[in-house]
Design a protein around this ligand. Structure first.
Ligand code: C2E
Ligand code: CA
Ligand code: CA
Ligand code: CA
Length: 275
């Protein structure tokens, strides 16, 4: 036989090579993307159910790659996280988001996603202080979204950082709530301002008989802990109606608006002012 063990081995080896090369290329491109201004922020508004008003937007990064086109954050944030590039990228996100939010109505806040490596870097708090000072954005209009990954190796320093943010007046949200192993125990370690209920639970509303029960429980939990609860990924009017009934305070999702560049936000804001 021609294709002996060694041939197969070589095949895998070259495939691995190709994958390593693709990763290297992505890494190189990403290192240049900041300087080349290829990153962009899109914003997705959040609606407060009781008032029917938009109260803030989440900043979501986009990468306009010269050859690949629009690259999803899911395809480069993990690598950026792994190689530490998330720190300068995340710093850019915070500064840009604060600048953009200054052009919005003054009751609107902006939420930024902060990943574990960025959260652990010593620069986070200084970066935020500096971004607020440079842009002139009041601290209460800035929100930091963290996932369980940040609290996974919870230690004194993590809690200290959370408390420093709180002292500045910056709000802190628990993102993707319910998807990890110990979401509940994390709620005990820090008094978050907001719980973001993961999109998977909103999806379950239509498909699982107990879908409502979970949302109702989280909304109730948030209420007793004095935290607002945002349902993520709301796509239909029916979902929004259910979510309102179960007691969530806010919604975010394609039903309200897709993430859009800051230039297009004013139009979205106007729609809700009229409504
Ligand atoms: P996330 O923080 O959970 O953000 C919500 C994601 O759900 C966004 O995907 C958003 O576009 C999408 N989404 C919003 N509404 C709907 C809906 O109604 N239906 C559906 N199907 N999807 C909806 P996106 O923008 O692709 O971001 C994916 C993830 O990448 C984010 O998940 C976040 O973990 C990460 N990410 C995005 N921007 C940043 C950033 O600036 N820094 C960091 N560290 N991570 C970021
Ligand atoms: Ca988020
Ligand atoms: Ca989320
Ligand atoms: Ca998510």
């Amino acid at each position: 036989a021609k294709l002996d063990g060694r041939g197969t081995y070589r095949f895998f080896e070259s495939e691995m090579d190709a994958r390593m090369q693709a990763r290297r290329k992505l890494e190189l491109d990403m290192r240049q993307a900041l300087a080349r201004r290829e990153f962009q922020l899109h914003y997705q508004p959040q609606l407060q159910l009781e008032s029917g008003k938009l109260i803030g937007c989440e900043a979501l990064i986009r990468w306009r790659h010269p050859d690949r086109g629009l690259v999803s954050p899911l395809d480069f944030i993990p690598l950026a996280e792994e190689i530490g590039l998330i720190v300068p990228i995340g710093e850019w996100v915070i500064r840009q988001a604060c600048r953009d939010a200054m052009t919005w109505p003054s009751h609107m806040s902006v939420a930024v996603n902060v990943s574990p490596a960025q959260f652990k870097s010593d620069r986070l708090v200084e970066t935020i202080i500096s971004a607020l000072a440079t842009s002139g954005l009041p601290a209460r209009r800035l929100e930091v979204e963290i996932t369980e990954g940040v609290l996974l190796q919870e230690n004194e320093k993590t809690l200290q950082t959370l408390h420093r943010l709180r002292e500045l007046g910056v709000r802190v949200s628990m993102d993707d709530f319910g998807t990890g192993y110990s979401s509940l125990s994390y709620l005990r370690s820090f008094p978050f301002d907001k719980i973001k209920i993961d999109r998977s639970f909103v999806k379950d509303l239509a498909t699982k008989p107990d879908g409502e029960a979970i949302i109702r429980a989280i909304a109730g939990l948030g209420k007793s802990l004095g935290m607002t609860t945002v349902a993520e990924g709301v796509e239909t009017a029916e979902q929004m109606q259910r979510i309102r009934l179960e007691g969530c305070t806010d919604v975010q999702g394609y039903l309200i608006s897709r993430p859009v560049p800051t230039e297009d936000l004013l139009e979205v804001f106007a729609t809700y002012l009229k409504a």
